[in-house]
Design a protein around this ligand. Structure first.
Ligand code: ZN
Length: 276
């Protein structure tokens, strides 16, 4: 697997410029840009500069994160989402970014009232609409189930059913260690092997603290190997599907945001490489 860096890891302490330089220096193959950091970068630079950077360095873009809350939006919210999404497609086409990460809605009211059949049907409809837009720009969609209790799609099983129903080559899955763990403490890692490798577009690698489900959240993410997630088992299962493309380190931890990005990005490369 190639080494990827997701900009969430230093999002409160870094910029796109700094992440690019440090990732290149530390031998990362790919970077996943974050939308709000990209928008900040574009207040200082043109998109052509970003394209030029990727054209002349080893580091390449892999995905842009993320279009959130894609379910059960009001018409106004959906219009805004489509506008943001279209902007991400335009950027992706210019810089040669292949994937956009899409995330289900997290909402207690929705998560406790919507039937799974309704969630499936609505997700399929929304993903198809967005994929139709993205196809004009040559960009693919990676749908990531989020393990939180009130995420309306918190299992890999449901996300898999959704993308199967969408049935497009350009719509697949993003598999994230903590999202698997937050769902069921990784009690069914073998499920991964039911997914054809070509439907897995992205793998987010991280570890987490040994906290009970219900308490555990994304701020408890840790460097790979420092926590309780069975990362090797997950990677073995991913390889079993034929997926062997990328492990992209994605952390949302205050502690890392308070450290110098140079230290975090180097540490993340070292910690992640042991799993590649
Ligand atoms: Zn993720």
């Amino acid at each position: 697997m190639k080494l990827g860096f997701n900009e969430a890891t230093c999002m409160r302490s870094s910029t796109v410029e700094v992440d690019l330089t440090l990732c290149e220096e530390n031998g990362y193959d790919y970077i996943e840009l974050r939308l709000e950091m990209l928008q900040d970068y574009l207040t200082r630079h043109g998109l052509d500069e970003l394209k030029e950077y990727f054209d002349t360095h080893h580091l390449k873009p892999y995905a842009i994160n993320s279009i959130d809350d894609i379910n059960f939006r009001t018409p106004e919210e959906w219009a805004q989402l489509v506008e943001n999404f279209t902007f991400v497609c335009e950027v992706s086409e210019v810089i040669g970014n292949p994937y956009i990460v899409l995330v289900p809605t997290i909402d207690q009211e929705l998560a406790t009232t919507k039937l799974e059949s309704e969630i499936l049907e609505e997700s399929v409809r929304n993903l198809k609409e967005l994929a139709e837009i993205a196809s004009a720009y040559g960009v693919k969609l990676a749908f990531e189930p989020i393990g939180d209790r009130y995420s309306i799609c918190n299992s890999l099983r449901l996300a898999h059913e959704i993308i199967n129903e969408v049935n497009r080559e350009d719509v697949g899955l993003s598999v994230d260690c903590i999202n698997l763990y937050m769902h069921d403490k990784c009690s069914d890692v073998g499920y991964i092997e039911k997914i054809p490798g070509e439907k897995i577009f992205l793998f987010h690698i991280c570890d987490c603290e040994d906290l009970p489900l219900g308490t555990l959240n994304h701020s408890n993410r840790l460097m790979p190997g420092d926590g309780c997630i069975p990362i090797r088992e997950i990677i073995d299962a991913l390889r079993g599907t034929g997926f062997d493309t990328i492990a992209s380190v994605e952390l949302f931890r205050e502690e890392y945001w308070s450290m110098p990005p140079a230290e975090v990005i180097e540490m993340a490369a070292d910690k992640t490489r042991q799993f590649l």
